[in-house]
Ligand binder design. Structure first.
Ligand code: BTN
Length: 259
């Protein structure tokens, strides 16, 4: 494995496959991954015509407005730990935003990046296993609303979504943000592989806005549990306790929450 001067696996110098327009960078990254693309490869599009989010939702990705990209990772880890990778992407993104824009964002479980409860970034991670059951690759898709204005959001999202431009009153250089993300990600990814999940979890907890809050757990659009978000398990799942004191643990592949 090629490492940088700190001994972390190198992500920064890896290929950046840029497209003006794609249906979805996650779908294209999967094609590159199947063809053997190296860990750290990024697939970026100026515009996505069929960007998708968690729970089968669509992701608005107009041209010139956002950072729509997918990062390919090939960690040699047990598949049970793969979900942690998405938490570390969230941690790296929060750090990137703080460094570049001075905006301190928070993480809503599992992986939404919010500012004052408005979503500015979402992460969609997908994993493929080898026939032997090992992790073949993980694709972490990131949708960051950089220069979106209020009028760029559909009516139903206007009150729940935001962008760096709306928050700061200025436009941001998407390339600068992407380069900064690569650096932050290289550091957190290296720490994760070398030392495990503990430091990622600590950082995630330090920036989360979920624990302690009343949440509705939803499966598609059906509320299946209500209670207070109590803890983050080591595997990334969320413990919720209802008013009767009953606790349930939810895995983030299956559900979403609403404050
Ligand atoms: C979510 O919040 O539901 C996740 C949204 C993820 C959107 C990004 S945009 C780049 C990448 N390509 C996709 O089709 N989706 C992700």
């Amino acid at each position: 494995m090629k490492t940088n001067q700190d001994g972390y696996p190198e992500l920064k110098g890896k290929p950046l496959c840029f497209y003006q327009i794609l249906p979805s960078t996650n779908d294209k990254a999967r094609v590159w991954a199947e063809q053997g693309a190296a860990e750290g490869t990024i697939v970026q599009a100026d515009c996505q015509t069929a960007g998708h989010g968690r729970m089968g939702r669509t992701w608005q990705s107009p041209p010139g407005k956002g950072l729509w990209f997918s990062l390919l990772l090939r960690p040699q880890i047990h598949p049970q730990f793969a979900a942690q990778a998405t938490l570390l992407v969230a941690v790296a993104l929060v750090e990137t935003l703080r460094f570049v824009t001075n905006v301190s964002c928070q993480i809503k479980w599992p992986n939404d990046i919010l500012y004052k409860d408005k979503k500015i970034c979402g992460i969609l991670s997908e994993m493929k296993l080898t026939p032997a059951g090992e992790v073949d690759y993980i694709i972490a898709g990131v949708g960051l609303n950089v220069n979106m204005e209020r009028c760029d959001f559909p009516e139903d999202l206007i009150d729940r979504a935001s962008s760096l431009a709306i928050l700061t009153g200025r436009q941001w250089d998407r390339n600068l943000l992407l380069q900064a993300f690569r650096s932050c990600m290289e550091k957190w990814y290296g720490l994760w592989l070398a030392d495990g999940f503990e430091c990622i979890r600590d950082e995630w907890l330090a920036h989360n806005c979920t624990l302690g809050r009343q949440v509705q757990v939803k499966d598609d659009d059906r509320v299946i549990f209500c209670g207070r978000a109590k803890a983050l398990q080591a595997d990334g799942s969320l413990v919720v306790q209802d008013d009767a004191g009953r606790e349930e643990c939810f895995n983030f592949g299956e559900i979403s929450i609403r404050f």
